[in-house]
Write a protein that binds this ligand. Structure first.
Ligand code: BGC
Length: 409
């Protein structure tokens, strides 16, 4: 008996709603293209898709809307979610038990432990992981770099020299959107580059007070101030995909962003190594900061269980995980999906992930909910953004960071 048949055999016979309501924040061109793959697959299974997109990078707004909906008793079938947020909802007892389906479909064997740590709550599967993104990337316009004689920077000093050349060449050196989660995404990469993996672990995962207020942390903030000098005047509030578009069009040389940015380049018909370059944030090669998009299944009535199970199985289908992630910029959550269909950046993503994981240098992304719970993440964002916008002195920032984290823990 297949996983779905087995699950349904254990349910009372109830007329089934052949629709899933999916709450997500995939609203950019590349993201929407990737999501269409899933929509199409479910439709082939006879399940229609009620789309509930909530725009806002990294899901900040989506999580706010979700809280209001659940409080009002308006429960969606499934919700895109990140790391610690999954654990929070599971702890509240809001999530479905997917163990029967996961056992029958063999999820334990194919989902890496680093992801299971978030997909499961106390040994109970509550979410289906669709991908692994990594955040410590830089995206560059190749023609701009060639024209200005800029080589791919390998460390901080080379990165600064490259940004200076871009500035002198009359393009925006660094495309950025001033939103707390984007500032936080840059911050975690700068931190990793400055202090290495152990420093990242101690600061952002262990939340060690001495590390948070250390001299090295002061260097991280100094570097953030330096990067701030390479932005254009209109960066404030800009969505991440519009910053990607600046690089795509050659208005900007670089963007520091997770590999969902690749989805924008691909959606614009651009090719890696021809039109754009992808490389690890200078000084972080060998380390990977990751986040995984997972579809959390809420506890729903018996009439919605079959559609929900079909959604979970569709997300975990190996063919789907290949097709989706090729478009999305991420790599499959399942370890048994071949990498053949992936482009050069995707292949690098797969190889880097394996290398980092084998070497114990795979770390959860703070900015994308995989290092610390939401309250701590928000506290870090507040300090980082305040400093980035010139409202907090570099000398005071490490102490303020340590205090804010201690209060949020
Ligand atoms: C998600 C990506 C998404 C990005 C921008 C990240 O937190 O993992 O899937 O594309 O945010 O919204």
């Amino acid at each position: 008996m297949g996983a779905l048949a087995l699950l349904m055999a254990s349910q009372p016979a109830t007329a089934q709603v052949k629709e899933v309501e999916v709450v997500h924040w995939w609203t950019s061109g590349g993201e929407a293209a990737a999501l269409n793959v899933l929509k199409g697959n479910l439709q082939k299974e006879g399940i229609s898709w009620k789309d509930t997109p909530i725009a806002g990078g990294s899901g900040v707004q989506a999580m706010t809307v979700l809280r209001a909906r659940v409080t009002a008793g308006n429960i969606p079938t499934t919700v895109q979610m990140l790391g610690f947020d999954i654990q929070d909802w599971a702890e509240l007892g809001s999530l479905a038990d997917l163990n029967a389906i996961a056992a029958k479909d063999g999820w334990d064997k194919v989902v890496p432990k680093a992801l299971q740590r978030f997909s499961k709550y106390k040994d109970q599967w509550v979410a289906a992981p669709v991908n692994v993104h990594s955040t410590n990337w830089v995206w560059a316009n190749k023609a701009v770099l060639d024209k200005l004689g800029i080589a791919v920077p390998k460390n901080w000093d080379e990165f600064v020299a490259a940004l200076d050349k871009a500035k002198a060449g009359g393009v925006v050196p660094l495309a950025h959107g001033g939103q707390p989660w984007q500032d936080g995404t840059v911050f975690e990469a700068v931190l990793l580059a400055t202090g290495g993996g152990d420093f990242y672990q101690k600061a952002l995962i262990d939340l060690d007070p001495a590390t948070l207020k250390s001299d090295k942390m002061k260097t991280v903030f100094e570097r953030m101030s330096k990067l701030r000098t390479y932005l254009d005047p209109n960066f404030s509030g800009r969505d991440w995909n519009l910053a990607s578009a600046m690089v795509i069009k050659g208005e900007a040389a670089f963007q520091m962003m997770g590999d969902w940015a690749k989805g924008e380049f691909i959606a614009a018909g651009k090719k890696p190594d021809v039109d754009f370059l992808c490389f690890r944030f200078p000084g972080t090669q060998g380390n990977v900061t990751f986040n995984s998009d997972q579809f959390v299944m809420f506890k729903v009535g018996d009439d919605r269980k079959e559609a929900q199970a079909k959604m979970a199985l569709a997300v975990m289908d190996p063919g789907f995980q290949s097709a989706f992630n090729v478009v999305k910029g991420s790599v499959p959550a399942r370890t048994d999906v071949p990498g053949d269909a992936f482009d050069a950046c995707g292949k690098k993503g797969i190889a880097d992930l394996k290398e980092a994981s084998d070497a114990g240098k795979l770390y959860g992304s703070m900015a994308h909910g995989h290092a610390a719970p939401a309250g701590v993440k928000q506290a870090i964002f507040d300090v980082v953004t305040k400093h980035f916008n010139g409202q907090l002195d570099t000398a005071k920032a490490p102490e303020e960071l340590a205090t804010a984290v201690a209060a949020a823990k």
